[in-house]
Design a protein around this ligand. Structure first.
Ligand SMILES: Cc1ncc(COP(=O)(O)O)c(C=O)c1O
Length: 385
């Protein structure tokens, strides 16, 4: 006989609904979660209260209300593997670009499929990238291979030098990777130049354009290279629900590629076993939510302008950004020292990237969080000079 207190289905659902409504965990184990939180003072989800988390390019305005509603419904079916909803999402994405769902691979964040692609590339050769780009998945995908990442020399303005990249493509390169707009610099390359580059280089090797921040740019449609996939070029494009959609913790991303390329890359992934019900539900509910996306974008731009102004007022400079973060030149100050001093002010930002010792990346967050950053900035700068 069981000694557990009985929990009727009704009590269970009521408890779940209350927990969700209160923004707590979705299960009756909310009390366990709460006591753990009380013990450690660190919340299980999201940043601790009073901490401005500006270090991972998340969008704190998400998930959208529609996504929250869809996820709440989806968790009640959490006993089942993801099936039809993933097909729905693929169809939605394909329709927008005039493609078929065979052109779409879904994964756990875009990191899932980006890692699969890097693993595939590593079987054949190296991955070519600019000196500074979002290379996390390229590093993960190549770590068990003799082939790694080949980086272009630094450019004076930290831009992606497409001409140099074109020249560097030789028989050893299995994938030319461009992050556009680039992370951590925030800069974008002109769509005309990128298109020409992709057309030329894809004759020799596969080109990956990582468009994680495309929706934040001034003209998302013009900046996207997805039409080249449709045109049959050897180009693949990665996108994510983690950024403007505000669903980083729900882990949904995708890649757009020719169906035969989709099949090849999928051989390195987990297929629908890498997906989760709630994430897919949220993505389906958010994908065409123009009002939410416009709201998020306007807030991101407002916060970015606040950062740009603070940078100027404090006598610093930053690269122009078309993303949800800025790359700030701290002059003589070391970015790791700046990160640590900011953390003491409860503002979390990034430290040094590679040997870019004086460049500091800050994400936009809520306006209140960005205000913490702008308020702390003069004090922190003074303490370090
Ligand atoms: C340029 C870029 N691509 C891809 C990713 C991966 O994000 P996710 O796996 O959440 O889609 C990130 C995350 O910060 C990113 O900055």
């Amino acid at each position: 006989m069981t000694t557990q207190p009985s929990l009727s289905r009704r009590t269970f659902l009521t408890a779940s609904a209350t927990a969700v409504g209160a923004g707590l965990t979705s299960l009756p184990y909310a009390s366990v979660a709460q006591s753990t939180q009380t013990m450690s003072k660190t919340p299980l989800y999201g940043p601790p209260p009073g901490v401005a988390k500006l270090n991972a390019n998340e969008n704190p305005y998400g998930p959208s209300p529609a996504a929250i509603k869809a996820m709440t419904e989806a968790i009640t079916k959490g006993a089942y593997y993801v099936n039809d909803a993933a097909e729905t999402l693929k169809t939605m994405i394909a329709e927008r670009h005039g493609l078929t769902k065979e052109h779409i691979i879904l994964s756990s964040g875009s990191s899932g499929v980006l890692t699969s692609l890097a693993m595939m590339a590593a079987q054949q050769g190296s991955i070519l990238g600019s000196d500074l780009f979002w290379d996390t998945t390229s590093r993960m995908g190549t770590r068990n291979s003799p082939n790694g990442i080949k980086r272009l020399p630094k450019t004076a303005d930290l831009s992606v030098d497409l001409d140099a990249m074109y020249v560097a493509v030789d028989g050893s390169i299995a994938l030319a990777q461009i992050c556009n707009p680039n992370n951590p610099t925030g800069s974008i390359v002109s769509p005309q130049k990128l298109r020409t580059f992709c057309e030329k280089v894809s004759e020799q090797t596969m080109v990956l354009v990582d468009e994680a921040y495309n929706e934040v740019t001034d003209d998302p449609e013009a900046n996207s290279m997805i039409p080249l996939v449709k045109a049959g070029k050897n180009v693949v494009v990665a996108r994510t629900f983690s950024k403007i959609y505000g669903l980083a913790g729900m882990r949904v991303g995708y890649m757009v590629a020719a169906p035969e390329t989709v099949e090849k890359i999928s051989a390195y992934g987990m297929g629908s076993y890498g997906l989760n019900q709630a994430g897919i539900a949220a993505a389906v509910a958010s994908y065409n939510d123009a009002a939410f996306l416009a709201y998020s974008k306007s807030k991101i731009i407002e916060a970015r302008e606040m950062i740009a102004e603070a940078v100027k007022v404090n006598g610093l400079t930053a690269l122009p950004s078309q993303t949800s973060f800025m790359f700030v030149n701290l002059g003589a100050i070391n970015a790791e020292d700046f990160r640590q001093a900011m953390a003491k002010e409860n503002v979390l930002i990034r430290g040094v990237y590679q040997d870019y010792y004086h460049w500091s990346r800050v994400s936009v967050g809520t306006l209140a969080d960005v205000e913490k950053y702008t308020t702390a900035m003069p004090k922190v700068l003074e303490s370090l000079t």
